[in-house]
Design a binder for this molecule. Sequence first.
Ligand SMILES: O=C(O)CCC(=O)C(=O)O
Ligand SMILES: [Fe+2]
Length: 206
Amino acid sequence: MNQEALFAQIIDDVHQHGYAVIEQALPSSLTSQLLNTAQQQYDAFSPAGIGRRQEFQHNEQIRKDKTLWFSGHSQAEQDYIALMEALRLHINRHFFLGLFDYECHFAHYQPGDFYKKHYDAFKGRSNRVFTTVCYLNTPDEGGELVIYQPRSKLVARRVAPRCGTLVVFESELFMHEVLPAKQSRFSIAGWFRKNNSVAGFVDPPN
Ligand SMILES: O=C(O)CCC(=O)C(=O)O
Ligand SMILES: [Fe+2]
């Protein structure tokens, strides 16, 4: 999918539903390089919730995955960041939002790993505006992302992880969970942030 069509689809879907799920959003050359980069650095992955955000306790009850924040050292990471940077500017233009940066990490779920229902941001307590998730491989089964309708227990969308699929949703609006993986599952989770003064507050663990 070319970049223009991809961005137009994301804007449209987010405008209508608050979220977008786009298959084959990323070229397979990029996803395979990103997957290689993640696998090459696999020793550096650590249990989610510890590391960069020391304030949070790692809690195996809530989530069981391993993550690695982007260093930006590889070409693949730079290409992905460049794409998200272009998307950030596009979203700002269309929704008149002052999104100012993007942060992301690789994530790996082994068989049995999950991430229970959560929000990525809490109203007035976070700078996160949009969540992005991009899948780097295609497990045969398991590890679905379930997105719930705002303020409801009803499911808005179930997403089977597929290499190249990009998911975007409003971080404060959509509770979501990752069902237990049955096979190795690699992804990139990221957040577009706004610059407001919420000093003293920290984002949920990621
Ligand atoms: O990997 C996914 O499908 C979602 C991950 C997620 O919810 C998160 O990292 O906050
Ligand atoms: Fe999340």
